[in-house]
Ligand binder design. Structure first.
Ligand code: NAD
Length: 450
């Protein structure tokens, strides 16, 4: 059976891949297990050297891969080029930091000398979403491979072509069966989690993550889950309004809002509320919506009609409950939606509670920093959060229940920081030395000190 991938602008097929039959998945995993000992025994430095050879091959095909990414997923071409480039350029340096993070450590006291090793688990299932269809596989697969695991990747059924093209480049520099790819939807994902894998590394929705956690629990399989978010932005009364509104516009509408750390809830100190909304509306009005393959487009389409309908339903329900449209409308041709600014929202509305994953900025006024903190934390999610302001910004930031918090900037950290969700946005984490080590089993070997 073929899985057809559709262009969200035209609804025309971009291409297709062969769906992996569910009953073939145990055999794929068995092949990964057979390939494991030789891959493990190469050692991290040699594994890294081989994987790094994929970097220049990805860059050689930058234009072709970026066009495919845009055709399949809809994001504007410059963003697609940036995503592809980030997975090819500097791959050798990125791998060097992973190798370093995995180095053994010596622990000694007066009686004992211990070597702490970081060994591979075995077979890793990597299951990924469509919104960053190369970076999301890259962030899980590369550290898993460098750590010595063999990997079976199940990319999103929405973006199989670009993930397949990327995986084939890696396969061209790897021994047979060290990286395999299975295609399909959640049925294939479930079959892979249920197969004889040792570690499940997953990026996707909270619901699917919860399902994977319980499915893996029976055999205590290791899981790393990077899940959805409902990120707040707090604009304190001494914030630089232009910078705060500029950030809000970029971070609510980037990738048509289809980013796990999109700003989805905005809490503004009441005296600044109207001026902030006016600036946000101006910024939204300046954005160009259209086919991401055309020059000058800021917002491409939503990934599909279902995701668009999810956003429309939330916005219409909010409007029916008293919210106001400050900009945009929950309507558009095909999979398109304009940027939407909502005011007069509250936490009884789904748009302030459930992940939207669309181009919607919802703004609510607050009276005190304590109230802003309480509103921001009133969610089971805890991925990113951002505070704009000065006097109380640090104390507010420290009280936010999120894994990644930015003050007067986005939530991502300095080089070497992990990508980490708190509460129900994550279970384990990846990236940076701390994250790379999540793909390895710690073992200690001790001897008496002589
Ligand atoms: P999704 O959960 O629907 O699907 C993700 C992947 O899991 C797909 O490959 C899908 O086929 C598979 N899948 C679905 N149900 C499964 C199950 N029960 N068992 C095994 N596999 C299953 O998510 P999506 O719609 O592809 O992506 C959007 C979601 O991903 C959003 O919630 C977004 O916030 C989240 N996301 C999180 C991060 C992060 O770093 N925290 C990054 C990107 C996206």
């Amino acid at each position: 059976m073929q899985l057809e991938s559709l262009n969200p602008v035209t609804n025309a097929p971009v291409g297709s891949v062969e769906v992996t039959p569910v009953d073939a998945i145990p055999g794929v995993v068995a092949a990964a297990r057979a390939a494991f000992p030789a891959w493990r025994d190469l050692g991290a430095a040699e594994r890294g050297r081989r994987i790094a050879a994929a970097g220049p091959l990805i860059l050689e095909r930058l234009d072709e891969l970026a066009s495919l990414l845009t055709a399949e997923m809809g994001k504007p071409l410059p963003a697609a080029r940036g995503e592809v480039r980030s997975c090819g350029a500097g791959l050798d340096e990125e791998i060097a930091t992973i190798v370093e993070a995995l180095e053994p450590e010596i622990l000694e006291d007066r009686h004992t000398r211990t070597v702490l090793h970081r060994d591979p688990y075995g077979v890793c299932a990597a299951i990924t979403p469509w919104n960053f269809p190369i970076s999301m596989p890259h962030w899980l697969v590369i550290p898993a491979l460098v750590a010595g695991n063999t990997v079976v990747l199940k990319p999103s059924e929405e973006t199989p072509l670009i993930a397949d093209a990327w995986a084939r480049i890696l396969q061209s520099v790897l021994p047979t069966d060290v990286l395999q790819i299975v295609h399909g939807n959640e049925q294939q994902g479930k079959a892979l989690v249920g197969a004889d894998v040792d570690l499940v590394a997953f990026t996707g929705s909270r619901g699917a993550g919860a399902h994977i956690l319980s499915a893996a629990g029976g055999q205590l399989k290791r899981v790393l889950l990077e899940l959805g978010g409902k990120d707040p932005l707090i604009v304190l009364d001494d914030a630089d309004l232009d910078r705060a509104a500029d950030f809000a516009a970029r971070n609510s509408f980037r990738n048509t809002g289809q980013v796990c750390v999109s700003t989805e809830r905005i809490y503004v100190a009441r005296p600044l509320h109207d001026a902030f909304v006016a600036r946000l509306v101006d910024a939204a009005a300046a954005l160009v919506v259209g086919d991401g393959a055309q020059q000058g487009v800021d917002l491409g389409p939503m990934i599909n009609a279902r995701q668009k309908q999810h956003v429309v339903t939330q916005v219409e329900a909010a409007l029916a409950s008293g919210a106001q449209l400050a900009f945009g409308t929950p309507e558009g041709e095909g999979c398109f939606l304009p940027p939407i600014v909502l005011t007069g929202v509250d936490h009884a509305m789904d748009v302030m509670r459930e992940e939207t994953f669309g181009p919607v900025a919802a703004v609510q006024a607050f009276d005190t920093p304590d109230e802003a903190v309480a509103l921001a934390n009133d969610t089971p999610f805890g991925l990113g959060a951002v505070v704009f302001g000065h006097r109380d910004a640090s104390s507010v930031a420290r009280r936010l229940e999120a894994g990644m918090i930015g003050i007067n900037r986005s939530c991502g950290g300095a080089g070497g920081s992990p990508w980490v969700g708190a509460k129900q946005s994550g279970y384990g984490f990846h990236s940076g030395p701390h994250g790379h080590r999540q793909f390895a089993q710690v073992r200690i070997v001790s001897e008496s000190a002589s």
